[in-house]
Design a protein around this ligand. Structure first.
Ligand SMILES: Nc1nc2c(c(=O)[nH]1)N[C@H]1C(S)=C(S)[C@@H](COP(=O)(O)OP(=O)(O)OC[C@H]3O[C@@H](n4cnc5c(=O)[nH]c(N)nc54)[C@H](O)[C@@H]3O)O[C@H]1N2
Ligand SMILES: Nc1nc2c(c(=O)[nH]1)N[C@H]1C(S)=C(S)[C@@H](COP(=O)(O)OP(=O)(O)OC[C@H]3O[C@@H](n4cnc5c(=O)[nH]c(N)nc54)[C@H](O)[C@@H]3O)O[C@H]1N2
Ligand code: SF4
Ligand SMILES: [Mo]
Length: 732
């Protein structure tokens, strides 16, 4: 019988970072299960874990760098030849047109990849361009902006303490499908069931009765994009009814009277028409939250990807402060991770420069991705003429991807660091494919810092890298080496740090972190160092438990006066825009009852599905079984008034374009709102995604609008897009 071995590691595909137990016979995987002994995930996994092995074996995954010839055909090339030519062409473009002429787009998998986290920065430094874009501005920038303005650091991100809370108010998140975001808590179904079994309550505010809402005590349908109004009314009730009890937070909080005054303008009767949430429901939620021994307000993607994303994340934090729930067990707490994000990243900055064409503010040195296409399209000094995409698929993942797709062929040079020839990389001149997850070592620098419990876990590579393969960090380091033109001392320092490799860099970060062993060798310590080192983690295949979160304020605050700012000026000023939205809704209600959008217009939102992972795992056959998942959900009344039924192929038309999808009539939708999942649209010619192309679906981002942004944070407003929906033909 073949020898059985067991390997433990983290799944790096999503923010839940589940611990895995992988069994191998004769070096081949025979099973992938949840690791019961993992102190954080306790055996939880989703169907994507098993798909990790498919990423290894996928015949479509690229193994060698590709270069597009003048005839358009792809040719395999040697790594060094490719890197040399890319560096030479990059330098030439920068010499001729300035450094900003070369843009970079960083995609989501970078934060799930230890080597990329450590090596992206030196690459960006070497490039020295301000034309930097990333998935953060189609996702979570409002959280970082709120953290920076209120707590003084972009990574002081409160995490809902789901395991100890007695009342969880969830807005715009569906952790049962997404497995949680900016709240690393694997196994949310079990955690939420435990919350309710122990007498705690779950309330979900969402335009759709989601998988998570179905578990809740109360689900409130909300009109997309109006959460800031709902939250202001919640605060109104808290203040008006004497339920504002910040407790110990008050001693180091500024702006409470200002916030009270602001909230006074938003009684729940006034916002009910716009939000669709009855004033009684707002009052009930406010009273229940205030009465709970410990409660947490958690607002995620649905709040960030709307026109008032910044205001929403400010107000979510504000609710937690006003109810005394910030930094308290069972409230919204700050992790004390083994690698301290506050020590390894800057506090953030905002508005130091503006995007060239639309004048939108930078955040943490990145420009809003919603401006990428125009920065390529519009001529003038600083125009983007070359682009690196690093683990990103912006054609499917960013608003009006179709426009981006039209302008990518104009680039003088495009390089995709990506294992797939997909909707974005097909436009590149070079594709540099990097190693799949099981061939890599891993540590979750970012997600341990967003987890509901402090744990740390090292993953060794399961398989050696394939011959001739390179890791992301090696590719980024090689490019940085070739491009770095900075003054000699800085350049030498960067070379030395890069030469350490990810392992040694991580060891340094662990040792110097809050749980670290420091730097004294054990024979010089009075007692053998008990703290963390990489070597210690290597001996703990299930990871180590570093305990629950503890209160850490005001000590951890990074504002200049070490106080919380409850009413930061940029947010207060942005309320003018929100009042405009409220007046619009009031005018619409006065003019016409019922469907506030008028003229048969609907609001389009997105959704996630557990078998998907943004745009890039639809090439895994085992995740694609079953019926077509890329359907448009619509309320029965909206379907009836349009004469549409389930199975009808419908056309969804917005300002930017149109797509077609089969209709699924469902009362899980709010009236007037329709939902299409994102990350589909794999029908484009010239890709190498045989499984995905067989069930291509439609790209939601062909109809989202790059001009709809939260102008404060620069985040794309992907949600709530006005659309018209009509029948195309009835499917057989
Ligand atoms: N309408 C709408 N649009 C959305 C969203 C939405 O809810 N609605 N969600 C947004 C969110 S939250 C996000 S984060 C973005 C994601 O947007 P992106 O990050 O741009 O897109 P992904 O689909 O995650 O594409 C990841 C790419 O990285 C490649 N890849 C995977 N692993 C690795 C790796 O280890 N190394 C390298 N080099 N490449 C790798 C994949 O092949 C794929 O091409 O999408 C956003 N777009
Ligand atoms: N299976 C799977 N898991 C994933 C991903 C994936 O693609 N697939 N992507 C990963 C990534 S990159 C991220 S960022 C996370 C995101 O994780 P979540 O934040 O949980 O994101 P979603 O599941 O998209 O849930 C967003 C919810 O917001 C609702 N919504 C839309 N508009 C509004 C609004 O205006 N107001 C309110 N209150 N709600 C609104 C939607 O109906 C939806 O239920 O998921 C991660 N996990
Ligand atoms: S929930 Fe699924 S994809 Fe996310 S880490 Fe766990 S197993 Fe991996
Ligand atoms: Mo994301």
């Amino acid at each position: 019988m073949a020898e059985t071995t067991v390997h433990h590691r983290a799944c790096n595909l999503c923010e839940a970072i589940c611990g895995l137990e992988i069994r191998l016979e004769a070096g081949r995987i025979v099973s992938i299960r949840g690791d019961e002994a993992d102190p954080l995930s306790r055996g939880h996994v989703c169907p994507k874990a098993v798909a990790l092995q498919d990423l290894e074996s996928d015949p479509d995954r690229l193994r060698r760098p590709l270069r597009r010839g003048t005839d358009g055909a792809w040719q395999e090339v040697e790594w060094d030849a490719a890197l040399d030519e890319i560096a030479a062409r990059t330098r030439r473009i920068q010499a001729e047109h300035g450094r900003d002429a070369v843009g970079v787009y960083l995609g989501n998998p970078n934060v799930h990849n230890l080597g990329s986290i450590l090596y992206v920065r030196p690459f960006l430094k070497a490039l020295g361009s301000r034309s930097r874009f990333s998935a953060s501005s189609v996702d979570q920038n409002p959280h970082h902006l709120a953290a920076m303005l209120m707590f003084g650091h972009q990574f002081l991100l409160p995490v809902a303490d789901v395991d100890r809370t007695r009342y969880l108010l969830v807005l715009g998140a569906n952790p049962l499908a997404s497995n949680g975001s900016m709240m690393t808590a694997p196994g949310m179904r079990d955690r939420l069931k435990a919350l309710r079994a122990g007498g705690g309550r779950l309330v979900v505010v969402d335009p759709r009765r989601t998988e998570t809402a179905r578990l809740a005590d109360r689900h409130l349908f909300i009109e997309p994009g109006t959460d800031a109004l709902f939250l202001l009314s919640l605060l109104h009730v808290l203040f008006a009814e004497g339920l504002a009890r910040p407790g110990r937070l008050e001693a180091f909080t500024d702006g409470l009277p200002a916030l009270r005054e602001i909230a006074a303008d938003y009684p729940p009767e006034r916002t009910a028409g716009a939000t669709g949430i009855a004033d009684d429901d707002v009052r009930t939620v406010a009273r229940e939250l205030a009465a709970a021994e410990a409660g947490a307000c958690y607002g995620r993607l649905g709040l960030s990807v709307q026109e008032f994303g910044g205001l929403c994340q400010w107000l979510v934090n504000a609710v937690n402060v006003v109810t005394g729930n910030l930094d308290r067990a069972g409230g919204a707490m700050f992790a004390n991770a083994a690698v301290d994000m506050l020590a390894v990243t800057g506090r953030g900055h905002w508005g130091r420069w503006k995007s060239r064409v639309r004048g939108l503010a930078e955040f943490a040195s990145e420009l809003p991705t919603a401006t990428l296409a125009e920065e390529i399209e519009v001529a003038g000094p600083g125009q983007v003429r070359a682009l690196f995409t690093v683990a990103g698929n912006p054609v499917l993942s960013t608003p009006n991807g179709a426009r981006l797709e039209r302008v990518l062929p104009r680039l003088e040079l495009m390089v995709a660091i990506d294992p797939y020839l997909n909707e974005t990389s097909r436009h590149a001149h070079f594709i540099l494919p990097t190693t799949p997850p099981l061939q890599r070592e891993h540590y979750d620098v970012v997600f341990h810092a967003l987890a509901v419990r402090n744990t740390a876990r090292w993953s060794a590579p399961l398989f050696p890298a394939e011959p001739g393969a390179r890791h992301d960090w090696q590719v980024l380091a090689a490019l940085a080496r070739r491009l770095d033109r900075g003054p000699l001392p800085g350049r030498l320092r960067r070379r030395l740090v890069a030469a350490l490799g990810p392992r040694r860099q991580l060891d340094l970060a662990l040792r110097s972190g809050p749980h670290g062993a420091g730097f004294r060798p054990w024979f010089l310590s009075t007692q053998r160092a008990k703290g963390l080192t990489l070597r210690r983690l290597e001996k703990e295949p299930h990871g180590v438990d570093l305990g629950p979160h503890e209160s850490c304020l005001p000590g951890r605050l990074r504002t200049r006066n070490q106080r919380i700012d409850l009413a930061p000026a940029p947010f207060v000023a942005d309320l003018a825009r929100l009042r405009g939205r409220l007046h619009e809704a009031e005018a619409a209600a006065a003019g016409k009852a019922a469907n506030g959008n008028g003229h048969g217009e609907l609001r389009l939102i997105g959704r996630r599905q557990v078998q998907s992972n943004n745009s890039w795992m639809h090439n895994v056959p085992r995740l694609m079984r079953g019926k077509d998942r890329c359907t448009l959900l619509m309320h029965p009344d909206d379907a009836a008034s349009r004469g549409l039924g389930s199975g009808t192929l419908v056309e969804i038309v917005s300002r930017t374009g149109s797509v077609r999808a089969p209709l699924e009539v469902s009362d899980e939708m709010k009236r007037g709102v329709v939902s299409l999942p994102h990350g589909w649209g794999h029908h484009r010619p010239g890709t190498r995604l045989s499984t995905a192309a067989a069930t291509p679906g439609a790209s939601l981002n062909d109809v989202t609008d790059e001009l709809r942004v939260d102008v404060l944070s620069g985040n794309a407003a992907l949600s709530g897009v006005p659309v018209m929906v009509t029948a195309v033909a009835v499917l057989s």
